[in-house]
Design a protein around this ligand. Structure first.
Ligand code: MF3
Ligand code: CO
Length: 249
């Protein structure tokens, strides 16, 4: 499928989907503390989304059994919330959520510290966040898609981190996942030209150790193969002729 260009009306709806998701993340972030379960974080996120009359897009997506992905420590993404999984001081937790507002999607993820964490873990979270912004330098009309990918990957790798390759960012709009796929590492070519009106979910997933991941037997949870910590940072963005507009920030 060609990469869709959104109309001004569609962009307005995606801005609202993004605004509600930003608020959802703010509310979940406040609740991240030692002693809370990943199930409770899911509940808070789902309640905020529904309080705006929106639908949590992950619920039942390909059978996913919850509204929020809550991934702890070596879990990269798609951790399934559980009453038995209690966060403890020193953990890191990645929260990934999606909202549908009037048929349009937003998607964003953040990794948080649980209480006091090690300097190494804090650095992983910060570098992952910054890798997204390194990519943003190329997220504008006139650049090519994989310029973003290359910038993200080069930045994360310069710290010796592993850049996950098995999962990628994506176009977004009337569907959670639209074309194109957006790797977080350099490709041989520069990829499609970016155009104003494209809406993209850019989401570096960065491991403290090796880049390899595996899937747990629950068929969802992705973990680092070497057991090292992993962080995730994602926003839905709008390509413009100038600076990108971050719809979920
Ligand atoms: N943010 C993820 C993505 O972009 C979450 C979707 S997984 C789901 O692919 F199945 F839980 F929805
Ligand atoms: Co996504």
């Amino acid at each position: 499928m060609p990469i869709s260009i959104k109309s001004e009306r569609e962009i307005e709806l995606m801005r609202e989907a993004g605004r509600i998701l930003k608020i959802t993340h703010e509310e979940m972030a406040k609740a991240v503390k030692p002693g809370i379960s990943t199930f409770e974080l899911n509940k808070i996120g789902e309640e905020v989304i529904r309080s705006y009359g929106c639908i949590p897009s992950f619920l039942d997506y390909n059978g996913y059994p919850a509204s929020i992905c809550v991934s702890v420590n070596d879990e990269v993404v798609h951790g399934i919330p559980s009453k038995k999984r209690i966060l403890k001081e020193g953990d890191i937790v990645s929260l990934d959520a999606g909202v549908i507002y009037k048929g349009y999607h937003s998607d964003a993820a953040r990794t948080h510290a649980v209480g006091k964490i090690s300097d190494e873990a804090a650095k992983l979270i910060e570098v992952t966040r910054q890798s997204f912004f390194e990519g943003m330098k190329y997220a504008r009309e006139g650049c090519h898609l994989y310029d973003i990918s290359a910038a993200i990957g080069a930045y994360a790798e310069s710290f010796g981190y592993g850049v996950v390759e098995d999962l990628v960012g994506h176009g977004i709009g009337q569907q959670l996942h639209e074309d194109p796929q957006i790797p977080n590492f350099a490709m041989k070519r520069r990829g499609p030209k970016l155009q104003a009106g494209m809406t993209l979910a850019i989401e570096p997933m960065i491991n403290m150790g090796g880049y390899e991941v595996e899937w747990l037997d629950d068929d969802w949870t992705v973990v680092t193969l070497d057991g090292s910590l992993s962080a995730h940072y994602e926003n839905t963005i709008l390509i413009t002729k100038g600076e990108p507009e971050l719809l979920t920030r």
